[in-house]
Design a protein around this ligand. Structure first.
Ligand code: NAD
Ligand code: MG
Length: 396
């Protein structure tokens, strides 16, 4: 293909969206922003549109659309501004799009990400919640449409890099024993357990190694992020939950490992900067400059590993439970977590109550089979209601 590839960036104003646009801007001959979407930071979206001159922009409501359309048209841009979930799905599945970066956070990204999958696009998947919620349906849609699904999550991108190209025949067939998912352990890895109830949203969002959006930062602090990633790994690589082991590695230099039956363990290393997995997925199977500096092993000096402590990180246990239960359990886990994290960020609950809410929702609601998107959305809705009941009962 000689013309630049046209890229839709869902969630362009977020941490992953901005890193994606940084990589795209380094290679104007290869990539062009086709559509950019934003939800809250609309001044940022306007700035990005003026810089990248996309064919479409998507905002949450008609008022915001009129305002952005007026500014962009006055600046002489051909950009058309679309609205809401329908607009997101339109730019995700548009026939002129080559690749879609799915970087909306949470369940809000499910339908647009599925629209990209169903249109058979190259889908760069950062929005892990979409896959966690709808795993079986999502992977069926990938197979049916011929979409090329490339993981952006640094761990899954690392695993993808460490697997042979024909791993799609099954992990057993290519000699994989285990997948080792690395985790930094987040900001509370060594906080005395009795202080955990009193940690603040600011402390939870101050990740030692990665700079990320607020929701995933809290998930990293509770290790629910690793739990969601465990479920994500099972779907992406057709693994059983028991084949995925979590390893705490505080330096965040090894992004994950694959353990083969002959005793070989392959790892992918690099500085903790999401532009590496983004560049890899954009250019795969080629490699391009991402702007990330070379890894200096002498300054890293040492690599440490620990087993995770489930008393400190009960969310990890809950996620494994949901992974093993299957059906609608992962969608309910995700929904309860989204409600709990939002309540924590609004200072309505304590950090340790995030796990209490999810535990109650998972253990009171019955998991059902999920054969349609509606049943996924129904499980999501039920779990959100159950989590809100917890909040109401506790007077929060
Ligand atoms: P972020 O909060 O920085 O950005 C989220 C983006 O989603 C923003 O553009 C926002 O406008 C948009 N958005 C939020 N709510 C929306 C809604 N209801 N409708 C439409 N758009 C909405 O988050 P992030 O850190 O960039 O993470 C994005 C996704 O990537 C998450 O699923 C996260 O788990 C995943 N991820 C992020 C990182 C990272 O380093 N930041 C690493 C791995 C995976
Ligand atoms: Mg990750």
């Amino acid at each position: 293909m000689n013309r630049p590839q046209r890229i839709t960036v869902l969630g362009a104003t977020g941490s992953i969206g901005l890193s994606t646009l940084d990589v795209i801007a380094r290679h104007p001959e290869r990539y062009q922003a086709f559509a950019l979407t934003g939800f809250t930071r609309l001044a940022e979206l306007e700035r990005l549109c003026l810089h990248h001159r996309p064919r479409f922009a998507v905002v949450p409501d008609a008022g915001a659309a009129r305002q952005l359309q007026t500014t962009l048209s006055a600046a002489g841009l051909p950009t058309r501004v679309l609205v809401g979930e329908q607009g997101l799905c339109e730019v995700a599945g548009h026939p002129d799009v080559d690749a879609v970066m799915a970087a909306i956070v949470g369940a809000a990204g499910l339908k647009p990400t599925l629209a990209a999958v169903e249109a058979g696009k190259r889908v760069l998947l950062a929005n892990k919640e979409a896959l966690v919620m709808s795993g079986a349906l999502f992977m069926q849609a990938v197979r049916r449409s011929g979409a090329v699904l490339l993981p952006i999550d640094s761990e899954h991108n690392a695993i993808f890099q460490c697997l042979p190209q024909d791993y799609v025949r099954g992990l057993g067939a290519v000699g994989v024993r285990r997948i080792l998912l690395t985790a930094s352990g987040g900001p509370f890895r060594e906080t005395p357990l009795e202080r955990l109830p009193d940690v603040s949203p600011e402390q939870a969002c101050a990740h030692p190694n990665w700079s990320m959006g607020r929701k995933i930062s809290v998930d990293s602090a509770s290790m629910m992020n690793k739990g969601l990633e465990l479920i994500e790994a099972c779907w992406l690589f057709d693994a059983r939950p028991a084949q995925v082991e979590v390893v705490i590695h505080p330096q965040s230099v090894i992004h994950s490992l694959v353990d083969y039956v002959d005793g070989s363990v392959l790892a992918q290393l690099g500085n903790p900067d999401m532009r590496t997995p983004i560049a890899y997925a954009l250019a795969w199977p080629e490699r391009i400059d991402s702007g990330v500096s070379a890894l200096d092993l002498f300054s890293v000096a040492r690599l440490d590993f620990q087993a995770p402590d489930e008393q400190r990180f009960p969310c990890l246990r809950l996620a494994r439970q949901a992974a093993e239960e299957g059906g609608s359990a992962p969608a309910m886990l995700n929904a309860a977590n989204e409600v709990a994290v939002a309540a924590f960020l609004e200072r309505r609950i304590r950090f340790t109550e995030i796990a209490s809410i999810i535990d109650e929702v998972l253990n009171r609601e019955v998991s059902a089979a999920v054969e349609t998107l509606d049943s996924v959305l129904e499980a999501d809705r039920r779990a959100r209601e159950a989590a809100c009941r917890w909040l109401a009962r506790a007077g929060r």
